[in-house]
Write a protein that binds this ligand. Structure first.
Ligand code: GLC
Length: 622
């Protein structure tokens, strides 16, 4: 008979003795949730316990491979579990190719990031991508290999080390919902390798897919309609939530979970400190549902969190769950079973743009009021723009409040950003079927805020105010604010994608320009637009860095302003953010006492006036 060892022993046997005590302690703490969650998903399989033992052995092996510098970082972070929630944290998100050409080119941009105050860099997918179109790298062909056009695994390790020396944590996407159709798993399935078809959701005909489709939504209703694609090489229908070449993984198969967990730990060992868990909401399929936010998806995430807590405890998980506000907090998990450390607040982002369009902060106030306090050691992620569209669907609940027609309301907002009726934005609708429907809007922040169309100084000034107003809210909200590449210089839309037919259907490419070195060179020139945006942002970032009440978890309160266009957000008893989301002046009565304008330095008191789209950061002193 073959002796079987308990999972803990198998894990420890895979690592050197000096790591045992700490690893065993972490195992004792996290194994109950890990085991329970995995047993709830896979426990009915006869080989479950053996599989769990194999998994723990792999976890032990990957922990043993963790370089000393990262073990030291793990220890340091264990002392300061809130390290990412402070007011000095600032993120930046970019495509490696657009920002620096290669990973080495990205390293050469570190001085620029440092000048801005960046402490966290999210590089969009940089692993080997599908040959041909790859959804900007979100169709991953290898989890263990850097995209050759961007460099090598050694370049990645050099980059993470250099970033770390400069106080910047690298965040990498972990695309865990799907792989590319030329990923070895997909190729093996096509080749008929035993067990590989079971890595995916495939069907011999349209019958089952059609049943699912009854309740499924569509992410790209125009560019990639439906959720299933016929793959001739397989002679089967494959579940493809996004593009047909992105095959959804089947997490009902424990082998998929194990392979993804190992891939994640492998990347962590190369120095990735934060994982953006892409499309987290879609991981589990259930007939009769929209196959989003299923309890099993949360179990999977809690299991991944437990594995990370055991084997790479300094690493953070970030949920990219673009879901309505009430469904968002679940992605933090609970105190007993934590899930992600950070979650995108996409409703906040979308509602801020909505407030500009409506010149009314009602949507924004609803979203803020519905945002619960953060659990310990967690943070929202706030942002103005990212590489994706501004998705309006997350706001359906808020937009339909008080019996309003949510679709019509969101369609008006979407049309506004498409520049309808000669408005200031230069944006494009995304996957929207007509003037009466809303899906998403695309465009660089500066273009949406009016800078692209502004042809005179007053118009430029107003566009700048709108832009800084949105950044100001993201910086004051109580979150990890992440700037999107080029926004710090007011970069505009890039229309080059229209010339490539395979991209023309996806207007998200509008906001994926090459980094503009000419604008970068102007950043200290106060007469240039790039310089004005950069200076405005730098000023706010510098003030934020000195104000602990702006940290992610510090209290926040919405104050009544009695004016639809004016948002008043108090952070603690002494700090007040005021933002006028309209093109008309608004007045506001300050509470008794002395107030100082933190951005401008002047004293304020009594009844004050905010110019169109103006913002104030005020400090109260008795
Ligand atoms: C995420 C990414 C998006 C991509 C999708 C599919 O939503 O942000 O760019 O298209 O996942 O991977």
């Amino acid at each position: 008979m073959i002796a079987t060892f308990p999972p803990l022993q198998r894990m420890l046997a895979a690592m050197p003795a000096h790591l045992h005590a700490d690893a065993a302690r972490r195992y004792a703490r996290h194994e109950p949730v890990l085991y329970q969650r995995l047993a709830s998903l896979y426990g009915e399989r006869a080989d479950f316990d053996a599989w769990f033992g194999d998994l723990m052995e792999a976890v032990g092996r990957l922990h043993a491979a963790r370089p000393p510098a990262l073990l030291a970082l793990d220890a340091e972070r264990a002392e300061r579990p809130d390290w990412f929630a402070g007011q000095r944290m600032l993120g930046y998100s970019a495509y490696a190719q657009r920002f620096g050409g290669t990973l080495r080119g990205v390293a050469a941009r570190i001085p620029h990031l440092r000048e801005l105050g960046v402490t966290y860099l999210h590089l969009l997918p940089f692993l080997r991508a599908r040959a041909g179109e790859s959804d900007g790298g979100f169709a991953v062909a290898s989890f263990d290999e850097v995209e050759p056009a961007l460099g090598s695994n050694a370049d990645l390790e050099d980059l993470t080390a250099q970033l770390r020396e400069n106080g910047i944590s690298l965040c990498s996407d972990m695309v865990l919902n799907h792989v590319a159709d030329d990923h070895p798993w997909a190729l093996a399935a096509v080749a008929g390798a035993p067990g590989m078809l079971d890595y995916f959701h495939t069907y011999p005909n349209r019958k089952t897919p059609q049943r699912y489709e009854r309740t499924l939504g569509q992410v790209f209703p125009q560019a990639a309609p439906g959720n299933f694609s016929y793959v001739a090489a397989l002679g089967r229908w494959v579940w493809t939530t996004f593009y047909p070449y992105q095959w959804d993984l089947n997490y009902a198969n424990p082998a998929v979970f194990g392979a993804i967990a190992e891939a994640l730990l492998g990347l962590a060992n190369r120095g990735v400190e934060v994982f953006r868990l892409d499309s987290t909401a879609f991981l589990w399929k259930r007939e009769g549902s929209n196959c989003m936010n299923q309890p099993e998806a949360h179990s999977l995430l809690q299991a991944i969190r437990a594995i990370v807590a055991i084997a790479a405890p300094g690493v953070l998980l970030k949920a990219e769950a673009i879901v309505p506000t009430p469904l968002l907090p679940a992605y933090f998990g609970s105190a007993a079973a934590p899930e992600c450390h950070i979650a995108y607040h996409s409703s906040l982002m979308a509602a801020a743009w909505g407030a500009l369009a409506e010149q009314d902060t009602e949507l924004l106030r609803r979203v803020i009021a519905a945002t619960p306090p953060l659990p310990p050691h967690a943070s929202w992620l706030s942002y103005v723009r990212c590489h994706d569209d501004i998705g309006w669907n997350v706001l359906r609940g808020e937009a339909g409040g008080d019996g309003a027609d949510a679709t019509a309301r969101l369609a008006r907002i979407s049309n506004f950003f498409a520049g309808a009726d000669g408005g200031y934005p230069a944006g494009a609708p995304f996957q929207t079927s007509g003037a009466h429907a809303a899906h998403g809007s695309n465009g660089m922040a500066a273009s949406l805020a009016g800078l692209e169309r502004a042809d005179n100084e007053p118009a430029r000034q107003q566009a700048l105010r709108r832009l800084l107003l949105l950044h100001g809210l993201a910086l004051c909200f109580g979150a990890l604010p992440v700037l999107y590449m080029g926004d710090e210089l007011g970069m505009l839309n890039d229309y080059a994608f229209l010339a490539r037919p395979e991209r023309a259907i996806d207007s998200r490419w509008l906001q994926r320009p090459d980094f503009d070195d000419a604008r970068l060179a102007q950043r200290h020139d106060g007469a240039s637009l790039a310089g004005r945006v950069h200076a405005g942002l730098r000023r706010m970032i510098a003030v934020r860095q000195e104000r602990p009440e702006l940290a992610a978890g510090a209290p926040r309160a919405l104050l009544d302003t009695w004016q639809a266009a004016l948002l008043a957000l108090a952070r603690g008893p002494r700090f007040l953010f005021l933002g006028n989301f309209s093109g008309a002046e608004v007045r506001y009565q300050l509470a008794e006492g002395r107030w100082t304008d933190c951005l401008g330095g002047d004293a304020r008191c009594g009844r004050i006036t905010l110019q169109p789209w103006a913002m104030l950061w005020l400090e109260h002193s008795a």
